[in-house]
Each structure stands twice: as C-alpha cells, then as structure tokens.
Write a protein that binds this ligand. Structure first.
Ligand code: GAP
Length: 453
C-alpha cells in the first residue's frame, strides 16, 4: 500500500485533500492522471451497463436529498455503525473494527458501550437556519433512482426487466476512514437498479453476480484475487433479502469491492402511496407523504405491481485502488536494473500515447511531433501527451510508471528521410518503425474499447 500511495502522489494520481492545511480526514483529490483513470473506469462501466445493452437507461440525479426520501428508505432509522468512545483520550472507534476491548490510540480499556451512530451528513438548505430546512448528502446514489422510477418509466416506456444506471458521489460520515481511498467519507458509486418481475429475482441476482465478475476481469482484475462472500442474514442491510459481495484482495486484506443485493420491492414499495393496493412483499412503513405509485403494469395479467430490484453497486474509488494494485509491478531488467510498470489495460490507461521529440530544440522535429500529437488526439481515444523532456530513455521509464501503453518518438529520420516514427510498446518494450500514415490505425487497434472491455 505504501508503494502505491507514494506512486499515486509522485505521479499525480491521488493527493490527500486540503493537503496544504494538514488534510481533511477521509477525503482525497484525484490529480491529472487520477482523474483520467477514474473517468476511464467510469466510462467502461457505462459502456457495459448502458451502451452495450438495450434494457438500461442512465440517470444523473442531485446529491442533496429531501429528508423524506431517506426517512422512507429506512436510512434515518437504520443507517448506523456502532460507535464507542475512549473515555481516556476521547478518540472514537467503530466497535466492530476493534481487535480487542482496548483503545487502539492510547491502550486504555475504559471504553463506552457501543451506540448507534448515523452515517449521513446533513446540510442546511436556503438562508434560514431554523433546523427545519435541512437536506442530507446522499449516502448511496440508489435512492434517487427509486424516486425517479416513474419519471423514467413515463418517459421511456420500458418493459420488465429493465434497469436504471447512475454514477455519482455518495457521502458517509465513516467513524474510522482508513486504508487510503478504500474507506473514505466522500466517494463515488456506480450503481445499477435492475427491475425484474417478482419471482424472477433470484435468477437475475445470480446472473448479475456472474456479469459483474466478468466485468472486473475485463478491467484487468485477476479472477484469482476476487472472492464471493454470501452475506449472512444477520449482516444484511435493512433492505436486502440476499447480498453477494465481490471481495478483492486489497493490499490491506480481502475486502468488499462491490455489493450485489436483492433489494426486493422494499424501496419502490417504501416510496409508494396507498401501498395496500399492491401486494408488497417487503415489510414497509405506511407512507402518507408520497404522491407517487412506483408501479408498472404486467402486460400479461394487466395487474399493476411493484417490481423487485437487483442492485450491483460498485465503489469507483475502491475500483481505482484495485486496478492500480493489479497494474503495479516492478520488473527486473538484468544488470541490477529495474523498472516500475503500471500495466493498465489500454482502455483504462490515463495517457494513451506519449509523443516524444528526440530533440526538444529542433524546430522541424518539434513541429512534426506536435502535428502527430494533434492528429492522434483527434481520433478521440483519450489523452495524447506531447512531452519534450529531451531524454527519450527517461521518458519511456516515466511512461512505464504511469502506464502509457505506447510511446511515439519523432527523430531526424522522420523529418529528413522517410516519414516514419518509432513506436515503443510498454509491455514488451519492443520498438518498431512504422510510417506516420499507419500510426492512427496502429494506435486505434491497440487501444480500441472493443478489444479491451
Ligand atoms: N446502494 C447500495 C450500497 O450503497 P454499500 O455496500 O453500502 O451498498 C456499495 O456500498 C459500494 O460502495 C461498496 O461495495 C463500496 O465499493 C463502496 N463504498 C461504500 N462505502 C464506502 C466508503 N466509505 N468509501 C469508499 N467506498 C465505499
């Protein structure tokens, strides 16, 4: 983990937030390369979940949420972790994370009994601070999918089964944020709510677990580093009938990367008015505040029903950490030399191609290299970098370390003889000379999303 955190800072992937003021616990900022990696991961998820399917629509809802949404979702009452205080040093801990009944900070055993601590952040909305005008920062993106269910159904007329996908920020006032970007207080989720007929939920649940395992493999996560955890009944979230967690062997241990839950008709049922009209299976509170019926008509029976929902919910930040961990390797080159490589799948690599002029002061070479960069950029494959540090060997090393799949070097032969460039492959370190006219094709073939998930 230390090596990853060091590389992340040194190369501009991830920084401690508000670093110059001593940081803010549980918050991180994504730097020039981190933002590219993260965007690429989200784009890969969106491609798989929305573009490559005919049965999923997208959504991008507000982060601030009406408290009623989170009251009827059950989060106000139950979205808690057990908190203990150390009476000696006043530090606070999550009871289920303590290894003994001693304070990890000062060693005292004078700890309070655990009490529930609600993880939701509150903020004031509008100019009057009278306690009534508050909103929550959403603790999961899912609720806005449920509250928009009718809007999406009315505007797109889907038939069951169908899904609504969303990527966005979520906030949890974690008692003990830790392990770099693994457990933070502000993070991003990639969530799909996939609505199915009651009775078909279990088979869809199993199918989504398979789909998600395959997707993580396509992102470069070794299947042997993933395990499934069938969450036991006494650990299930309040809305879940069954949850399977995709666990990944993070540098600090085997932990949850994604949760795939069968949320039954709990959420749509909870937010629906006149619940008694429908055969809602989950135990839900009466809802006098909702003005919507979150139901869909079964075409065969003509009955209106509350669908069940299967929810694959993945953390973007945990995904970034897993992918960086998988990509990281230190290779022996012989003669006591080593190189560090981030072997990202090309579609995730922050920089797709670096174009390097052999001489940074040679006008002809520089102009040609800039032209090549521009023409590659126009292919729309992601970030193409022009880099004129002047030392090609060092340039290759640096781009190995940030995972750039291809480096293109422009030299005297390019401009004076045959309009060819050297293309250097990150993984094999092979260099081949190819005509500039073939460069676009080669780069496209190497990077195309179809070939790389
Ligand atoms: N809508 C369902 C839901 O939110 P969850 O298991 O609480 O379920 C889903 O969260 C995913 O969100 C987790 O698998 C994890 O990847 C990510 N996640 C949850 N809490 C997180 C935190 N404090 N920091 C980073 N990622 C987190």
């Amino acid at each position: 983990m230390e090596e990853l955190v060091g590389l992340a800072k040194r190369r501009g992937f991830i920084f401690q937030s508000s670093d110059i003021y001593g940081g803010l616990q549980g918050m991180y900022d994504y730097g020039p390369l981190g933002v590219e990696l993260k965007n690429n991961l989200k784009a890969a998820w969106w491609r798989a979940m929305v573009y490559n399917r005919d049965d999923v629509e997208g959504l991008d809802a507000a982060i601030l949420t009406n408290p009623l949404t989170l009251r009827y979702s059950g989060h106000e009452a139950t979205f808690t972790d057990p908190l203990v205080d150390c009476r000696a040093c006043k530090s606070r801990w999550r009871a289920d994370h303590l290894e003994s009944n001693k304070c990890p900070n000062c060693g005292s055993d004078d700890l309070t009994e655990p009490r529930p601590f609600n993880l939701m952040f509150k903020t004031q909305v509008g100019p009057v601070d009278d306690g009534s005008s508050f909103a929550y920062l959403r603790p999961e993106t899912a609720q806005a999918i449920f509250t928009n269910f009718k809007n999406v159904v009315d505007s797109t007329s889907p038939k069951l089964p169908f899904g609504i996908a969303q990527i966005g920020k979520a906030f949890r006032n974690e008692i003990t944020p830790r392990n770099f970007i693994f457990r933070v207080r502000e993070f991003e989720q990639m969530e799909l709510e996939f609505f199915v007929k009651p009775g078909e939920d279990e088979q869809w649940h199993a199918k989504w677990v398979e789909e998600r395992l395959n997707w993580w493999s396509e992102q470069g996560v070794d299947r042997n580093q993933l395990e499934l955890y069938h969450v036991p009944a006494d650990e299930l979230a309040h809305y879940s009938k069954a949850t399977v967690d995709v666990m990944y062997r993070f540098p600090h241990g085997l932990e949850e990367l994604e949760g795939i839950a069968n949320r039954t008709d709990f959420d749509l049922g909870s937010h629906t008015k006149n619940q008694a009209e429908y055969q809602i299976q989950a135990k839900v509170e009466p809802n006098p505040d909702s003005n919507a019926k979150l139901v869909i008509q079964d075409l065969a029976s003509k009955q209106w029903q509350v669908p069940y929902v299967i929810e694959p919910s993945a953390g973007v930040d945990r995904g970034v950490l897993a992918i960086m961990n998988e990509a990281y390797r230190v290779e022996d080159l012989g003669d006591g030399k080593q190189r560090t490589v981030m072997a990202f799948k090309p579609h995730l690599a922050p920089i797709k191609v670096a174009v390097l002029p052999l001489k940074r002061n040679h006008e002809g070479i520089v102009t040609k290299a800039r032209e090549i960069r521009q023409s590659l950029q126009k292919l729309g494959l992601g970030r193409i970098l022009y880099e004129d540090t002047g030392n090609i060997g060092k340039g290759y090393r640096r781009h190995d370390e940030v995972g750039t799949p291809l480096c293109v070097t422009v030299d005297f032969q390019t401009i004076e003889q045959d309009d060819t460039v050297t293309v250097r492959n990150r993984d094999t370190m092979n260099q081949e000379r190819i005509p500039v006219s073939e460069l676009g094709h080669l780069v496209q073939a190497h990077l195309s999303a179809e070939h790389n998930g």
